[in-house]
Design a protein around this ligand. Sequence first.
Ligand SMILES: Cc1cc2nc3c(=O)[nH]c(=O)nc-3n(C[C@H](O)[C@H](O)[C@H](O)COP(=O)(O)OP(=O)(O)OC[C@H]3O[C@@H](n4cnc5c(N)ncnc54)[C@H](O)[C@@H]3O)c2cc1C
Length: 815
Amino acid sequence: MADTVPAHARVVVIGGGIAGCSVAYHLTKLGWTDVVLLERREISCGTTWHAAGLVGQLRATQNLTKLARYGGDLYERLEAETGQATGFRRPGSLSLARTPERMIELKRGASMARCFGVEVEVITPGEAGRRWPLLRTDDLVGGLWLPGDGRTNPIDTTRALARGARQGGARIVENVAVTGVRVRDGAVAGVATTRGDVACAVVVNCAGMWAREVGRLAGVTVPLHASEHFYIVTEPMAGVTPDLPVLRDTDGYIYVREEVGGLLMGGFEPVAKPWGMTGIPEDFAFSLLPEDWEHFRVLLEQGCLRIPALASAPVRQHVNGPESFTPDGRYMLGEAPERRGFFVAAGFNSIGIASGAGAGKAVAEWIAGGEPPMDLWDVDIRRFGGFQGNPRYLRDRTVEMVGRLYAMHWPFLQPETARGVRRSVLHDRLRARGACFGVVMGWERANWYATRGQAPEYTYSYGRQNWFSCAAEEHRAVRETVGLFDQSSFAKLQLQGPDALAALNRLCPNEIDVPVGTVVYTAMLNPRGGIECDLTVTRTADDTFLVVTSAAASTHDADWIRRHLDPDTRVTLSDVTSAYAVLGVMGPRSRDLLARLTDADLSNAAFPFGASRGVWLAYAPVRATRITYVGELGWELYVPTEFAPGVHDALVDAGDDLGLRHAGYHAMDSLRMEKAYRSWGHDLGSEDTPLEAGLAFAVRLDKKTPFIGQPALRAQGARPLSRRLAVFTLEDAEPLLLGDEPIWRDGALVGRVTSGAYGHTLGRSVGLGYVTHPDGVDERFLASGRWEVEIACARVAARASLTPPYDPESRRIRT
Ligand SMILES: Cc1cc2nc3c(=O)[nH]c(=O)nc-3n(C[C@H](O)[C@H](O)[C@H](O)COP(=O)(O)OP(=O)(O)OC[C@H]3O[C@@H](n4cnc5c(N)ncnc54)[C@H](O)[C@@H]3O)c2cc1C
């Protein structure tokens, strides 16, 4: 008898792939037993059933690695717990490098793995050959050996999770499709299905490549698109044994593993085939797509090059199955900003088996605890914006994202597809001046300006890239004369109303009750004191505030503010991003330049640091705010969009003889690093408090209005800090810090670089990173140790301090 669909449940999980079964399983582990999982056909019938089952541990960040490692551990013990075998084994994995640059990438990964506690060994081509006898090794540079990496049977693993969920009390109902999401007062109230309604307060969208459409049922943007993904399986081959490690030859786009005595070989070709543009057929279950040998050829050729015996091996099976990909290649977790109670766990970019266990656990804990259980910003659904729901955008980007998985992960790599989505009104002007654009949240932003006939295009490498000297000159101009930045991509939110001040003062640890015309740098904290937002608040009228944050954090920060506004609060929150262009005029000659275009008194006495005023500038009404992210005298000009080209041109005309230079985001990054200014999402996040991050100056612990996180900060402030963000300056002028490098003190691993850049004034790389020591981290501790930063497995001596290496007293800002 088919299971019945209940009339209500505490949580409804949509989709019985590995993600849905994992969410249901983990909810029951937390004691949430009133859970129903609805699957339109049968468990694992979507993408999960035909996965290759690779379970790698090392991911781009520490927390994602934690989640992937948890997956292996869980799959290993699930049979004992549930009675259902998973097929999980740990044959280890080999990653190969064909080029020196790929070897640097692998070595950087090995260094990172050490920080994350993943066992790893750098090996020679000969060692790779010994572990994988069929391998051609004469053209290899080296490789990595990860003994803990595994493989599993996706169907059995999903069944084990489903069985575990059932044993824990969850109900799993197959052959029932969710057709609608009921909403009350803006929040989830239930789902409509092909077999009646289910009332519930929480829905989890685990619908795989259907998740975009399921999101739409609730008015939620789930930016993913399916793509065809291929592998072949050969007949048994001599020399292929079950203990053969999983092989990744990413320079040839391929992965290989043993399958019933033969080889399973698949890959991620550079130009992919998006699929399902006109919808996914109703009867798509345990289905495959047509074979496409022509498309597969690029992978097969590379496979035969690496494993010559493959060329003569009969192929038993050609698998072409669809998988969903996101615009940035990372999966999506969390509560959707558009709809309370609507969670998403989807868009797994071909690592859903490896990450499904951890992702399900994280989402279950997020639901039960009301907040992410750890810093999950890299996969938080709020890193996307509504514009990314556009199917055309998704389809075009997917062509590129499949290949990105195995392509070189160059520093500063920019996508090539789906570009030009959001442009500042100054875009064409900047382009005419040689701007090379990067993209953040769809915004095209000038990262650097080409000079001397150079093409404004990236030439990527792990060394100094082709823009290094351009950014150095821009950097110098900001330090010595004046630089012009287009910062229009800033997200701008206006909070207005009689309760705006009270609401912001509850959200912000800094004092917001300041005179009109003042800008306040502040965080917004979670109850643990972790930094959820890092932004500025400008009081523009008694009851009106302009909140400015980074483009990347725009959806997240607006959501954070909105969800913490009491429903009865008399405040309106408006996104005014498009209303203003922002021009940063930064450097010692910035006052002289602006003075040529305005009658306003810009003197230190009349316009001090932290002041924000409406002024006439050239022909435009402009809000000039004296603030900086580069450590120099300067103003951010908030210009009504249609006036911005005029202001830009006036600045350029007036600034010529003052040495004005257009400057991009790479220069901004090197400038801010020298001043040790923090960046949210890198140096600051929900697990870091302002005290640990060295931002105590932006906290008013004794503020009259209680603020979120205040008790936690008070408690932390009463003890010595065992974890603190320090700034590291390399002794050697050559190496580059890019972030994620391990930090060593007296030969012991004590931290990791959270962001790094070359400091062109200092003539060496600078990085920020948290350092942990149980007895407390202070200036004496930092001064007394022997510090090293590990770059691609080589340690480089460094100096550590809590104070910025450039202008530590901030004299230049306040002149
Ligand atoms: C060829 C290939 C090889 C792969 N190899 C690997 C690998 O080696 N390692 C790895 O980690 N990953 C691999 N993957 C990726 C992995 O298979 C996926 O990331 C993972 O299976 C996605 O799981 P899911 O639960 O999100 O989606 P799915 O398995 O597709 O599950 C979604 C489910 O939702 C159901 N559903 C949809 N709409 C509704 C609705 N309205 N109501 C009810 N139910 C609904 C569907 O029927 C489906 O069963 C591979 C993928 C492919 C295509």
